[in-house]
Design a protein around this ligand. Structure first.
Ligand SMILES: Nc1ncnc2c1ncn2[C@@H]1O[C@H](COP(=O)(O)OP(=O)(O)OP(=O)(O)O)[C@@H](O)[C@H]1O
Length: 212
């Protein structure tokens, strides 16, 4: 279980700090909603380690995470857009998720398997700038698969997609989460995404997470 216990954080000059308490179970999607400016991205930044709380604890299966810098946290982050290097191919972007020192042939096979798992077999050599928005998100998910970290943070990942692509992409996120036992934390404004995907739902109200 991913567990945040009273993570306290305030930006300079902010009055009342944020105080975040949350549990996210493996193999499930936990949704976070809240008004614009309520602190959703701030919560993800705390979980990812881009900002540090002044007190509280954060653990995965009982192991503390707060001392870990973002690059060694067991966390992947997927944003609304701009997740890929536009001048690199789908395979090269996905391969960024491979551990350093992976032998070339092994890496190529693993990238092909990951792209197949997200429905992009045959797209290996396509330059990212020539992929659709949905295909880009799939490549980013393939990279996440290869990185193989148990916590996936999603910040409005479907917002730039048309209705049909949005539906298939969110189904893919649900499938991957279940299949790989990820603790997926989804920030979304969209009630239909939350209803379709999330087993648990918190809303940020007055700087606190409330069960919705
Ligand atoms: N680096 C910063 N320094 C000071 N204040 C900040 C900083 N980043 C965000 N804020 C403020 O903190 C509050 C929460 O911001 P945050 O981006 O977490 O909200 P959000 O819920 O993700 O908003 P949105 O839905 O509009 O993306 C906002 O009032 C914002 O202006």
């Amino acid at each position: 279980m991913l567990r945040a216990d009273d993570l306290v954080f305030a930006y300079p000059g902010q009055g009342e700090p944020y105080r975040f308490t949350l549990e996210a179970m493996p193999g499930t999607v936990t949704a976070i909603s809240g008004a614009s400016g309520s602190g959703k991205s701030t919560l993800l930044d705390l979980l990812a380690g881009f900002i540090r709380p002044t007190s509280g604890s954060l653990s995965l299966d009982g192991v503390g995470l707060l001392s870990l810098p973002p690059e060694t946290r067991p966390v992947s982050l997927l944003l609304q857009a701009d997740n890929l290097f536009e001048h690199l191919s789908a395979a090269e972007n996905a391969a960024l998720g491979l551990p350093r020192g992976t032998p070339k042939a092994d890496g190529k096979a693993r990238v092909a398997t990951a792209l197949a798992e997200v429905g992009l077999s045959g797209f290996e050599d396509r330059i990212a700038s020539n992929l659709s928005g949905g295909q880009k998100q799939r490549v980013a998910l393939a990279r996440t698969l290869l990185r193989d970290r148990p916590v996936l943070l999603l910040d409005e990942p479907f917002s730039a997609l048309d209705d049909e692509t949005r539906k298939t992409t969110r189904e893919l996120v649900g499938d991957l989460t279940r299949r790989h036992g990820w603790h997926t934390v989804l920030v979304s404004h969209h009630a239909d995404d939350i209803a379709a995907l999330a087993e648990a739902h918190y809303r940020i109200v007055d700087g606190r997470l409330e069960r919705a």
